[in-house]
Design a protein around this ligand. Structure first.
Ligand SMILES: Nc1ncnc2c1ncn2[C@@H]1O[C@H](COP(=O)(O)OP(=O)(O)OP(=O)(O)O)[C@@H](O)[C@H]1O
Ligand SMILES: [Mg+2]
Length: 461
């Protein structure tokens, strides 16, 4: 497609053309109205005047005879009013008036006629147009009464020309403006097309050009850029997950292989048994890791968002507490819960329960100095338009500089290496929060950790 045709096919140009047509039609209507009201009406008025004068002269003739009309015509001819008169005998001979002879006209019946006249204007003689009414009086006398309409005609001409030029200018400007606008529009669309081509070609960091004017193209580009950000972060997460999986599953698998090989070499029944038992344990742990990773990936991808429903978080808290209270007591600790009913959020019951479980699990594991008993509080409350669920303990807590790091996969702090775990618990919590458009807040409980799930309150709409 050549550039020009492409330009004419843009929606901007079509819109501009449509407006141009509408504009031209209304301008023509307006100017036509002006033309009618000036030129046409003025000419009509002249005709009326001439007709009235003819009538007056005819009356004069019938009342005062030939002398009367000759008298009047002579008087009026002398005025320099642009009026033309001629009274001729039936033979065609001029009797009175300021015209020398009858113009070449069809004789016999009353009629409107137009003819050129010579006019003395200062020293120069000008050729003007006269419009006149020709009629025959009783006795065969011929009467012509008219006006010099040159000025009127010139005026009408000027108006007609003005209308023509105004329309022409409007059309040229409109067409030019339309082309200019579409060219600008097209250039930006082309830039967006070009940008998407380079991105498709593999430059994932590329983005749509944004002009900063906030117009519809900018908003489109911004939306596309947001989408690209999302795609990029999903791809990065996927890459990270696969490399994590490759790295963290390789170690236990290598371990299993080494044990089994050692057992096979030694050949003892007891060795076989212990190697097999060990393999079962390791496999269980591998499966756990796998499941946790899959849950995190699923939550982070945000696929499950359509499955979110309005639920009362206080019920989930109650369920989780019921499960964990015996465990806390078993260790001689306490688990206190304060959560009023009606903590409505949009969420997935199972995932939210999993997130709270992971926080409680951490509080039980790390929530008390070595040798002491964990005392854990879980609270639920509404704070403005947020539902905040907090699990607090009195352990070592997480140092400020590690708080953002611990939500990454497989991150475990050195202080807690003695306890079992994969370093996936908080990753899942933060994934679940992402899915719920909420955040995981880690704060100092002085001493201990205060981990809060901050979720938007469910709203009916
Ligand atoms: N309540 C807490 N007090 C002190 N440190 C904590 C607490 N919760 C988490 N941490 C630290 O953050 C790290 C990451 O926690 P996370 O729950 O992600 O993994 P984990 O508990 O080690 O393993 P997993 O939860 O997968 O069994 C922990 O290893 C620990 O060092
Ligand atoms: Mg944990």
């Amino acid at each position: 497609m050549t550039g020009r045709i492409k330009l004419l096919r843009t929606s901007t140009f079509r819109l501009a053309a449509l407006y141009l047509i509408l504009f031209a039609v209304s301008v023509s209507a307006l100017l036509g109205y002006v033309y009618w009201n000036t030129a046409v009406l003025l000419e009509r008025q002249t005709d009326e005047t001439i007709r009235a004068e003819v009538q007056a002269l005819a009356d004069q003739y019938s009342q005062r005879g030939l002398n009367g009309i000759i008298d009047t015509i002579r008087r009026r001819s002398d005025d320099d009013s642009g009026a033309v008169y001629l009274l001729a005998a039936p033979s065609g001979l001029r009797i009175a008036g300021n015209m020398t002879d009858l113009p070449a006209i069809p004789r016999g019946e009353a009629n409107w006629i137009e003819f050129p006249i010579d006019v003395q204007n200062g020293a120069a003689r000008e050729n003007h147009i006269a419009r006149a009414f020709y009629t025959t009086l009783a006795g065969g006398f011929e009467l012509v009464v008219g006006r010099d309409v040159e000025a009127l005609r010139q005026f009408a001409n000027i108006i007609r020309q003005t209308i023509f030029y105004a329309l022409a200018i409007a059309l040229v400007l409109g067409l030019g403006g339309g082309l200019l606008m579409s060219r600008n529009f097209l250039r930006r669309v082309d830039a967006i097309t070009e940008a998407s081509r380079t991105i498709m070609a593999g430059n994932m960091a590329g983005r749509m050009p944004v002009k900063g004017s906030g117009d519809e193209l900018d908003r489109l580009a911004l939306a596309l850029n947001e989408m690209l950000d999302q795609i990029e972060s999903l791809m990065a997460a996927m890459k990270e997950v696969s490399s994590n999986v490759a790295h963290d599953l390789k170690t236990p698998l290598t371990r299993i292989k080494a044990r089994v090989e050692a057992a096979l070499r030694s050949g003892g029944e007891a060795d076989y048994r212990s190697a097999l038992e060990n393999t079962v344990d390791e496999s269980d742990r591998l499966l756990d890791t796998f499941n946790a990773l899959l849950s995190i990936a699923r939550a982070e991808a945000g696929q499950a968002r359509s499955g979110l429903v309005a639920i009362d978080a206080s019920q989930i808290i109650a369920d989780v507490v019921e499960l964990y209270e015996p465990m806390a007591e078993e260790e001689g600790g306490t688990l206190t819960c304060t959560a009023p009913e009606g903590l409505m959020v949009t969420g997935d019951r199972q995932l939210l329960a999993q997130a709270m479980t992971n926080l409680l699990d951490n509080a039980l594991k790390y929530g008390a100095p070595e040798g002491e008993k964990p005392d854990i509080t879980i609270t639920g409350a509404i704070d403005g338009d947020k539902v905040v669920i907090t699990v607090a303990d009195h352990g070592q807590g997480i140092p400020e500089e590690d708080r953002s790091r611990v939500t990454e996969r497989f991150v475990r702090l050195d202080a807690s290496r003695t306890k079992p775990g994969n370093g996936l618990g908080l990753s899942l919590v933060s994934g679940v929060m992402k899915l719920h458009k909420g955040t995981l807040l880690l704060e100092d409980n002085a001493p201990g950790l205060k981990a809060s799930l901050v979720l938007p309150v469910w709203r009916e709409d």
